[in-house]
Design a protein around this ligand. Sequence first.
Ligand SMILES: [Zn+2]
Ligand SMILES: [Zn+2]
Ligand SMILES: [Zn+2]
Ligand SMILES: [Zn+2]
Length: 163
Amino acid sequence: MATSETQERDFTPEVSLCSICLEQYKSPVSLHCSHSFCQTCLSTHIKSSCGDCDTPLGFPCPLCCVFIPAPREIGQYSVDEWATKFPVNKFLTSVVGVPVILCKPCQEDGEELKAYSWCKDCSEALCEECTKCHKKARPSRQHVVISITEWSENISSHAALFV
Ligand SMILES: [Zn+2]
Ligand SMILES: [Zn+2]
Ligand SMILES: [Zn+2]
Ligand SMILES: [Zn+2]
C-alpha cells in the first residue's frame, strides 16, 4: 500500500537548492566552474568579495573558490549588474520553474521531447512515441503508465519542489 513513497525520489530537491541561501534557486546563473547560484545571492557575494574597489578584478566561486575574473567591460557597469551577465542556468530554471517535463529516454538520446505520460514503475517521463513502445515492449508491458497531466496533478500536493 505504500506505493507513492518511492516515486518522488528522482527529484532530489538538493539539486535545486542554491548553496548560498540554501533555498530554491531564484533566477539561477552559472559560473565558468559550472556552479550555479541565485542571481541575487551571487550579486551579494560579488559585492562582499569585491568590497568597494572601483574596478574589481574578479571573485572566488563561493563553492570551489575558482577565481572568476571580471569581464573586460566591467568598468561599464556596476558590481550589481555583474551578476546579471552570467548565463542563466536553463536546466535549473526548468527544474525550479513551471515543470517542463521531458521524455527521459529521448533526453538520454539528446532530444528534448515533451513528456506525454509517466510510467509509475520506472518513475520516468515518456513522450508519445516512447509511451507506445513502452506499452509494447515485453519487459514494460505490465507497467502502470498514467498521463502526464494526471501525474503532475498528483505531485502538485508535493508542489513545494516546483514552486
Ligand atoms: Zn541563493
Ligand atoms: Zn565553483
Ligand atoms: Zn515503465
Ligand atoms: Zn521519447
